[in-house]
Design a protein around this ligand. Structure first.
Ligand SMILES: Nc1ncnc2c1ncn2[C@@H]1O[C@H](COP(=O)(O)OP(=O)(O)O)[C@@H](O)[C@H]1O
Ligand SMILES: [Mg+2]
Length: 410
């Protein structure tokens, strides 16, 4: 018998399960979890609900475009309303169907349409069917079944041929004798709308809503609610919650960062076998969460913008110091022009088309908005007026994250 006792204790999972944990239900503090209750988003939830109301009385809703910075609760809000809509449709047998597509995983017109068709007919895979077949099949579904189809396109800015997608969908809708096809587009990119073809813009943005970032107090409330369900009582102290909220408020009011900080702090507590999550653990969590967020952000940039950032990282490593007019020496400061030249060389090496200098400036502005780089004006003196650019993070880390992305797609 003692032999069996030893064997059980030596089993890896027995040991793992015998360890203490601060979590009560770890899923609830995952950024993918959609809470039933979304504080500070009551108005947005009402607006989306009101907008969808008429479809239940057989009339086509306008297209709707929701945007705002990452972690402002757009996805959670829309998914929450869709859940309620689906419950209602089932109960009252309405001719309405909704389909949620995350365009980050389906980044082209064809892939979006295919994903939609597959969720309508889950038993078929439609593999190898042409784009026009998939499109016709989708229209046929609405027409023959007199169905109002609501297509939710989350992270719609990731669709390469988004103008064509929106054009096809609105033309398709016009051709329908019965039912309808409408789009709810969602984007984290504040400048996406301006890049659209004017026709796409007026079609997609028939109605609009902006989600503003949460402030530190709102984030604190959100975190309190989530932690009370995700962690065992008494394991997360108030300072930890306040610090996570304050850090995330600095990072543009992003609730995802806030949630991830506490999730990671909990994981650190478990691995170090601590019973309490305090602010020092949140500080520790910050480093690894920041890295994860940067890498995920980089992976979603368009290829050409990744190359621009790659040029910046590479030059920062090659040219580590820079002397200002006043004699001050700074590390890693680059001229906008030299980055553009280095980008052109890289693009040639990768055998890519190149962007114009106007687009280059736009990409630089966006990288600054995402907090990946800092941009300042040189003032008079150096090559006339030029923009000085500095990487916001460790160039080695950015470069290796980009290499993983770029070598995957080239
Ligand atoms: N009002 C809220 N209450 C509770 N959790 C929220 C709230 N807003 C956002 N979250 C959480 O923050 C994270 C990011 O929200 P999400 O809806 O994905 O943001 P977005 O789509 O705007 O980038 C998710 O884990 C989500 O559940
Ligand atoms: Mg989202």
């Amino acid at each position: 018998m003692p032999v069996i006792g030893v064997l059980i204790l030596e089993n890896l999972f027995e040991k793992q399960m015998a360890k203490n944990t601060v979590f009560l239900n770890k899923d609830i503090i995952s950024p993918h979890y959609i809470p039933k209750n979304l504080p500070f988003r009551e108005n947005q939830i009402n607006e989306v609900t009101q907008y969808l109301g008429p479809v239940l009385n057989d009339s086509k809703p306008n297209n709707f475009f929701l945007y705002g910075k990452t972690g402002a609760g757009k996805t959670a809000t829309v998914k929450h309303v869709l859940e309620q809509l689906n419950d209602f449709i089932k109960k009252h047998d309405k001719k309405v169907c909704s389909c949620y597509v995350n365009c980050r995983s389906h980044p082209s017109k064809y892939k979006v349409l295919l994903k939609t068709l597959r969720s309508i007919y889950p038993e078929k895979d439609f593999l190898g069917y042409s784009s026009s077949f998939v499109y016709e099949k989708l229209l046929e579904f609405s027409n023959e079944k007199k169905m109002h189809t609501i297509l939710v396109l989350d992270e719609i800015d990731k669709v390469k041929d988004v103008d064509e997608l929106i054009y096809s969908l609105s033309r398709g809708n016009d051709e329908l004798n019965n039912g309808s096809l409408s789009v709810i587009g969602i984007s984290n990119n504040l400048t996406f709308k301006e890049k659209l073809d004017p026709r796409t813009k007026s079609s997609l943005c028939e109605r609009e809503m902006v989600f503003s970032p949460y402030n530190a107090n709102e984030l604190k409330e959100i975190l309190k609610e989530r932690t009370s369900k995700a962690f065992k009582e008494g394991t997360v102290n108030d300072e930890a919650i306040s610090l996570a909220a304050a850090l995330a408020a600095q990072e543009s009011g992003d609730a995802r960062t806030a949630v991830m900080l506490l999730q990671r702090a909990g994981e650190i507590a478990d691995s170090e076998q601590l019973n309490i999550i305090d602010d020092s653990l949140v500080e520790k969590a910050k480093v690894s969460v920041e890295e994860e967020i940067i890498i995920s952000m980089i992976s979603t940039l368009p290829e050409q913008q990744q190359l621009v950032l790659y040029a910046i990282a590479q030059l920062s490593l090659q040219k580590p110091t820079f002397t200002k007019v006043n004699g001050e020496v700074e590390k890693g400061v680059l001229f906008s022009g030299e980055i553009f030249e280095s980008y052109l060389d890289l693009a040639k090496k990768f055998d890519q088309r190149t962007i114009t200098s106007r687009w280059y400036r736009q990409y630089i502005n966006e990288l600054e908005m995402y907090g990946l780089i800092f941009v300042t004006n040189s003032g008079k003196g150096i090559k006339g007026q030029t923009r000085l650019i500095k990487l916001g993070f460790d160039p080695e880390k950015i470069k290796s994250a980009l290499e993983k992305e770029l070598f995957k797609s080239f």
